[in-house]
Design a protein around this ligand. Structure first.
Ligand SMILES: CSCC[C@H](NC=O)C(=O)O
Ligand SMILES: [Zn+2]
Ligand SMILES: [Zn+2]
Length: 468
């Protein structure tokens, strides 16, 4: 493994991320001798710009300003500016006094790891995770450009990533900045990971990180990762993700004249598949509509593409029935679901070979932890971390809604796979849920309140003695 000193001067990010060696490459470590002059150059640039915002203290104005700066980095797929994001966050980390380490498990996909060492190294650490990347945005559909971080008269800050999940990245950092200023001293080490590629499945990001020696050496006992906004005054917390599957069904059949009705065409076979799938989908959705189950407690299933027809440079041929047709589905399964039952249903009802159908099932990530258990973090007294977390939320004057399963899927599943208790939590109350949506925003006051919540949560978790 190679080690590189970090140069945080404004123009350096392209060059130092361009250097590759055997994986993972360690690019920087403050401890191992970061260039002071290069860092201070960036710090002067950053810290001299004190932001004055009416109604906020100078410190709060600066915190909002730093959030906006991070939001302006173009981290959307398919070409996220990982180097820019890591460079910005590294400068923040140095200004706070955190140890920095940049890892690269996959070329061009850096992972930033920050550490504040606790006074009792025999205790396990806590890890605060967020992802660097964002989903794309369609600027024409936004009322303010998606990478402007425009703050309107109501304090709403518009940006792709404002909720998902650049807010928590800066809130973690600002909470640590405040704790340092209060001379807080953690018993347990506090680590922050900023990982690439969560939005596209995490295979080159967190999945590789948790399997590495770097991760093992952190001795992580508990993880906080992203959650979702809450429409009410209660915070939401997530103890599991749904398991993501991609299903591709191919149907074959005799081609024929568009005017002829006959049995066994590829399209007829595919329609049979779609009808069977639609019946199952209704059975699940009806449970949600009737209020019997939450949306994340059923199996969701949605067609995401269809491919069929005989096409020429002039378009589809309208009087030919094709010999092949294909449909792709996004499926999400609650964590304790019996996978074999669903596999059997696919084989027998949705894509039976007897109807000339084949299928491909791609499971994205693990569904069991290293002990063979479902990827679920207990939210009761059996998990002392839960108790500490819950009490810290109450102590900060917050209320928690009943713990939920997350509808979608995050990198938390990789930490749960290692048997580490992991909660999904983003402190956003009274906020519309706008992740992956147009006009994603977060209010400045909600953002600032989240910093206070994390101060309580992080200080409690890192002072907690009895769990190992
Ligand atoms: C299939 S894993 C992809 C992870 C992605 N995460 C956020 O949206 C999701 O689609 O849920
Ligand atoms: Zn996210
Ligand atoms: Zn997302």
């Amino acid at each position: 493994m190679q080690t590189w000193f970090c140069d945080l001067s404004p123009n350096s990010s392209k060059s130092f991320f361009g250097v590759m060696g055997r994986r993972p490459v360690v690019f920087s470590s403050q401890r191992s001798g970061m260039s002071v002059s290069a860092v201070s150059q960036s710090l002067i640039l950053l810290l001299s710009a004190s932001a004055v915002i009416a109604g906020f203290s100078p410190e709060e104005g600066d915190q909002v300003n730093r959030f906006q700066q991070y939001l302006r980095i173009r981290t959307a797929h398919p070409n996220p500016d990982y180097a820019g994001a890591v460079s910005f966050l590294s400068v923040q980390a140095v200004s706070i006094g955190l140890q920095t380490l940049t890892l690269e498990f996959s070329p061009g996909k850096p992972l930033l790891l920050l550490s504040w060492h606790g006074s009792d190294p025999s205790l396990s650490s806590i890890l605060l995770n967020s992802h660097l990347d964002s989903v794309p945005a369609e600027p024409s559909r936004w009322i303010h450009p998606p990478f402007s971080a425009y703050r309107d008269a109501d304090g709403r800050i518009f940006a792709r990533g404002a909720q998902d999940d650049k807010c928590i990245a800066i809130q973690y950092l600002e909470a640590l900045r405040n704790l340092k200023a209060r001379r807080f001293s953690p018993l347990r080490s506090i680590h922050l990971s900023f990982v690439p590629d969560e939005e596209i499945g995490g295979a080159d990001g967190n999945e590789k990180f948790v399997a590495s020696g770097h991760f093992r050496d952190l001795k992580v006992g508990f993880v906080l990762d992203e959650g979702q906004a809450s429409l009410t005054e209660e915070f939401r917390v997530f103890y599991a993700d749904r398991l993501p599957w991609s299903l591709i069904v191919n149907a074959a059949g005799a081609p024929g004249h568009g005017s002829k009705m006959y049995d066994g065409s590829a399209m007829e076979n595919l329609m049979e598949c779609m009808e069977a799938v639609a019946r199952f989908r209704d059975s699940q959705f009806d449970l949600v509509k009737a209020g019997v189950r939450a949306g994340s407690e059923v199996i969701s299933l949605n067609p995401v593409y269809m491919r069929a027809g005989t096409s020429t440079s002039k378009g589809f041929v309208m009087n030919m029935q094709p010999s092949e047709a294909e449909v792709g589905f996004d499926l999400r399964l609650p964590p304790a679901e019996d996978l074999d039952v669903l596999r059997k249903r696919i084989e027998e009802e949705w894509a039976p070979t007897s109807r000339n159908m084949t299928h491909q099932l791609i499971q994205k990530g693990p569904n069991r932890d290293i002990a063979g258990l479902p990827l679920v973090t207990p939210t009761n007294a059996s998990n002392p971390w839960w108790t500490v977390f819950e009490q810290a939320i109450s102590a900060s004057g917050g209320k928690l809604r009943k713990p939920e399963i997350l509808s979608s899927t995050t990198d938390a599943r990789f930490m749960r796979q290692m048997g580490i208790p992991t909660l999904g939590f983003s402190p956003m109350t009274d906020t519309p849920i706008l992740l992956h949506d147009d006009n994603e925003f977060l209010k400045d006051t909600t953002f600032l309140n989240g910093i206070k919540v994390y101060e309580n949560v992080i200080s409690s978790l890192s002072s907690f003695r009895t769990a190992t």
